[in-house]
Design a binder for this molecule. Structure first.
Ligand SMILES: Cc1ncc(COP(=O)(O)O)c(C=O)c1O
Length: 528
């Protein structure tokens, strides 16, 4: 166990990069449809309540979009205004993308369960699994339908009044891979909603994903499952420490971590990030100092990559952290939920690939952030040491932690089995959002200080020079009608900051910038 081979993301090298964005095996109508939303910002923007009509786009020089074919724009793709007539029946699948191209063949409906016993069922034969189809290239469609999201009461979209645009909770708005939809539809078609043993397949599915994405060899037998990442984190922290002992966190930090020590009777200790001209850092010497000062510290809880700063610990820092924790007899709980969303030029190493980490480390993760599946409630804890696994597993009453449901399990497995190309597409798309944010901040709000994140779809902005008061997020909600996350909620170091989620459709993102940036100038007479 432990260190994986040096080669990262081997699947990426399997196709020459010149071919990576072509869709040679897709029929022409599918190729035209991919990314349709991205090419029609006006269509998306008109659906955003409270959004202003966009000005007409400036004429583009010829050849400015080498990948947009002659079918990429034009009246055929526009949504026609509704004609008056008899009322329509409600759409069966309101969350699905509307067919924009009338010549595109209709999707085949999956066959329905007939209710008759299957003829092939013998005494010891199982029904064959319907294969989960995944298109050869599956990219996140740049489609956000606020109406559907509000109707579904997704907290990101439904918490605030309809004229507010959401850029707060860490959830992106992109349509998950088709394989996820196929898996969820299959569960519904089968109607097999009873207790299930399918969670056992999460181990092999995650092991395969970890090998392909992170060159990390995971033993599927040492993967356990639970309902969400925070549950796994709290289960590990409480298993590996006693009440009164110390839990080290790294503020400014994903704010639910600030509740763990107070609500479980542990003592909260802080290893704070430092900021210099190159960005936010965790200095391992500071950890050594905290642990030397606090001999009852038992667990270090990491967000790796770090939410909210988007910082990724480099291999040298990881090795030092493991060495320091071993010296002070401290366990590490590493929340790696953002680990797939790392910039291609940055090296991300799961903590369990660091030599010496196995006996003291639990990695907790899920498909929820990468594929936007948070509501499906399914997560895993990964161990490399059977004794540690058993210690965490047996520390709690067996019935306390619950079990993920079958829909979440199947969706997660499908995402890990078929979502690699899609994830590459998402990382590229997030990169484009950050390019654009950098461009717009430099041009329109140079008073904002920030460091481009190495991971996540979250921008951590220092707006302390903008005169927005002690809670800049609240001020911006009022003045700009954009909901961002408030920096002070992330603990020490969050003062004067906001966290902005860029994981949304291009038109929504531009509208968020249009609304926020006029309020992010230098305040007359100084800072906050
Ligand atoms: C670092 C981190 N951990 C955990 C979570 C929550 O995950 P879950 O809903 O699976 O508990 C989030 C969500 O934003 C997160 O950013």
């Amino acid at each position: 166990m432990g260190t994986g081979p040096a080669r990262r993301r081997p699947h990426r090298t399997s196709r020459p990069s010149s071919q990576r964005h072509r869709h040679p095996r897709l029929p022409a109508h599918r190729r035209r449809h991919l990314g349709a939303g991205a090419h029609h910002p006006g269509v998306v923007r008109r659906r955003v309540e409270g959004g202003r009509r966009p000005p007409p786009p400036p004429p583009r020089p010829q050849g400015a979009h080498p990948r947009r074919g002659s079918h990429g724009a034009g009246p055929r793709h526009r949504v026609r205004p509704r004609q008056p007539g008899p009322p329509r029946a409600p759409r069966r699948h309101p969350g699905r993308t509307r067919r924009l191209d009338p010549r595109r063949p209709p999707r085949r409906r999956p066959r329905r369960a007939t209710g008759r016993p299957a003829r092939h069922l013998g005494r010891d034969r199982r029904p064959p699994r319907r294969p989960v189809a995944s298109p050869p290239v599956d990219r996140p469609a740049d489609l956000t339908d606020p109406l559907v999201r509000r109707r579904a009461e997704l907290v990101k979209w439904a918490r605030d009044p309809v004229d507010v645009l959401p850029a707060w909770v860490a959830e992106h708005d992109f349509r998950p891979p088709e394989a996820v939809f196929a898996a969820v539809h299959r569960v519904a078609d089968e109607g097999a909603f009873g207790y299930t043993r399918r969670a056992a397949a999460l181990g092999p599915a995650y092991a395969s994903w970890a090998r392909r994405r992170h060159a990390w060899e995971v033993d599927p037998e040492l993967v356990t499952w639970h309902v969400d990442v925070l549950q796994g984190v709290v289960a590990a922290v409480t298993a590996l420490s006693e009440p009164g002992e110390g839990l080290v966190i790294t503020p400014p930090i994903y704010f639910p971590f600030l509740d763990i020590a107070p609500t479980t009777g542990r003592r909260q200790l802080e290893w704070r990030l430092r900021r210099d001209d190159t960005g936010w850092h965790l200095d391992p010497d500071d950890l050594d100092a905290v642990l030397s000062r606090e001999p009852d510290a038992r667990v270090l809880l990491l967000s790796h990559p770090h939410n909210p700063t988007g910082r990724v610990l480099d291999p040298a820092a990881l090795a030092r952290i493991v060495e320091i924790c071993a010296r002070h007899d401290v366990h590490i709980v590493s929340d790696e939920i953002h680990g797939d969303l790392v910039r291609p030029d940055v090296e991300f190493r799961p903590l369990l690939t660091v030599p010496g980490a196995a006996e003291r480390t639990v990695v907790v993760t899920s498909a929820a952030k990468t594929f936007s599946l948070s509501g499906l409630r399914c997560a895993v804890s990964v161990f490399a040491d059977p004794d540690l696994r058993s210690r965490v597993l047996h520390a709690h009453p067996p019935l306390l932690l619950g079990h993920p449901g079958r829909v979440g399990i199947e969706a997660t497995i499908a995402a890990w089995e078929h979502g690699a190309d899609w994830t590459d597409g998402l990382v590229e798309l997030i990169g484009r959002r950050f390019d654009r944010l950098a461009e717009r901040l430099a041009a329109e709000a140079p008073a904002v200080r920030w460091h481009r994140p190495e991971a996540t779809f979250l921008a951590w902005l220092d707006v302390s020079a903008c005169g927005l008061g002690p809670r800049p997020g609240a001020t911006l909600l009022e003045r700009a009608r954009v909901a961002v996350s408030e920096g002070v909620d992330f603990g020490e170091g969050g003062e004067g900051h906001i966290r902005v989620n860029v994981g949304t459709a291009e038109a929504v993102f531009e509208e968020i910038c249009d609304r926020l940036l006029p309020h992010l100038g230098v305040a007359a007479g100084g800072g906050a």
